[in-house]
Design a binder for this molecule. Structure first.
Ligand code: EPZ
Length: 420
């Protein structure tokens, strides 16, 4: 297994280009199942999760081509025929977002066999709301042998109120509703920018969706959807990760190809921590000198502070002057990075779904282990700020959601190498 080795203590300087959003790309790849015509995508990030999703779609019969072989960010998908509307356990166990094929397969093929995603490090992550919504649209669904087996002559429009705001739940039901008969209303819909990016593509394909950006989406089903072209929005979490990195190490970086308007809550907390920022339409110039100020926060659904930034921001509070509390309200077990940060000399205690950090002057390098995607990003940031050498093991977690992280950090002056 690969690991990252770094010598911390060097401030970051330079420019970094943000890739396309992983959590927009994954549902958007699945949207190709909704039409027999080609979907042409730009700015697709080159990530493990994207490669996994492409393999799942190809196994079903979707053709995937790269018009410019050296440019993996441009992909054409065509689901002319789907001989195997299935996602096997082997594929799904490596990536829970595979559940996003369920809605489109049911809507287009009227049948689907998708492995139930197992749990993952950050929580049980059930998909009961996805199933509840599809049943409300007339699907007959049974769970057998670890698989979701779903059938639906024709999905019927319904009014669906999910028990909680669910990002992929909203995306699955939104895609299914596009080809259902009649009107579907999604109350309590997720408002994450990645949901909006998917909806924009669906509208380009001929879907009739209103209420974009609000918690109430209204979809008029249509007979079929046609092909379209779409450029995926920049990854706000990758941008936020680099901003936390420079806030932890000090220095000055220019983050380009990002969408500051999708990061309001995070930027406000970073300013409180002492990060100086100049903001443009698609760039952020960020500089940091001295120790961060301690800043408390609670994660919540968009537009509030994103749970996917909790682990990265925690490093700032580990190094801050003062103490801060961080409350995780979305996932029940998203503090796996805390013990690893404490191995680097942080003083963080957990009480239920709240972590309390007593800032220390500096962290000191050690061998630590990544447990999930954003935890691994947090440990890399901590290693860049710590004195001495840090090794982060099991960085396959990092590779799932970041496109060449160590190359980008090296360009910013970090002393970091990948070791086999
Ligand atoms: C999406 O996961 C993201 N993944 C996650 O990003 C992100 O952390 C999460 O949304 C929250 O923003 C993708 O978009 C591929 P949820 P998702 O359904 O859709 C509970 C990353 O690091 N729930 O919004 O799986 C669930 O357990 C990843 O890039 C149910 O109980 O999250 C959680 O507590 C990690 N039943 C809460 O709702 C359901 O049927 C929110 O989950 C669905 C969800």
């Amino acid at each position: 297994m690969d690991k990252l080795r770094m010598i911390g203590g060097t401030p970051l300087h330079g420019e970094v280009l943000i890739a396309g959003a992983k959590n927009a790309a994954l549902p958007i790849l699945c949207a190709s199942l909704l039409s027999a015509e080609p979907i042409e995508l730009e700015n697709v990030p080159d990530l493990q999760d994207v490669r996994t999703m492409l393999k799942i779609l190809q196994q079903m019969g979707v053709t995937v081509s790269f018009p410019e072989p050296t440019k993996r960010s441009r992909i054409i998908l065509q689901a002319a025929h789907i001989p195997r509307p299935e996602a096997t356990y082997e594929m799904v166990k490596t990536m829970r977002a595979s559940i996003l094929v369920l809605g489109p397969l049911l809507a287009r093929m009227h049948s689907a066999k998708v492995s139930l995603p197992g749990g993952c490090a950050i929580g049980a992550r059930p998909v009961d709301q996805h199933i509840k919504g599809l049943k409300a649209m007339g699907a007959s669904i049974k769970i057998k042998g670890g698989y979701i087996q779903a059938q639906a002559e024709r999905l019927l429009g319904a009014t669906i109120l999910t028990d909680m705001i669910t990002v992929t739940g909203t995306e699955n039901l939104l895609m299914a509703a596009c080809l259902a008969q009649g009107t579907t209303i999604l109350e309590n819909a997720a408002r994450e920018p990645e949901v909006g990016d998917l909806a924009e593509l669906l509208v380009k394909m001929g879907a009739q969706i209103s209420g974009l950006g609000t918690e109430r989406l209204v979809i008029e089903g249509v007979e079929r959807l046609h092909g379209a072209q779409h450029t995926i929005i920049p990854d706000r979490i990758e941008a936020g990760t680099f901003l936390c990195a420079v806030a932890a190490t000090g220095g000055e970086i220019l983050v380009k190809h990002c969408r500051p308007d999708n990061l309001e809550a995070l930027l406000a907390k970073l300013r409180e921590a002492g990060l100086k920022m100049a903001i443009g339409p698609d760039w952020i110039k960020a500089s940091m000198a001295g120790r961060p100020q301690a800043v408390s926060f609670a994660t919540s659904e968009y537009p509030a502070f994103p749970t996917d930034m909790q682990a990265q921001f925690m490093v700032l509070n580990a190094l801050a002057s003062g103490s801060a509390t961080m409350t995780e309200t979305i996932f029940e077990n998203r503090f796996m990075h805390v013990q690893e940060l404490n191995r680097l000399g942080a003083e963080i205690a957990i009480d239920g779904n709240t972590a309390m950090a007593q800032g220390v002057e500096s962290l000191s390098g050690a061998i630590v282990m990544a447990t999930d995607l954003r935890a691994s990003a947090s440990l890399v940031i901590a290693g860049l700020a710590a004195q001495g050498e840090t090794q982060v093991e099991r960085i396959y977690h990092l590779d799932r959601g970041y496109d060449r992280m160590e190359q980008k950090l090296t360009q910013l002056g970090a002393n970091i190498q990948r070791m086999k």
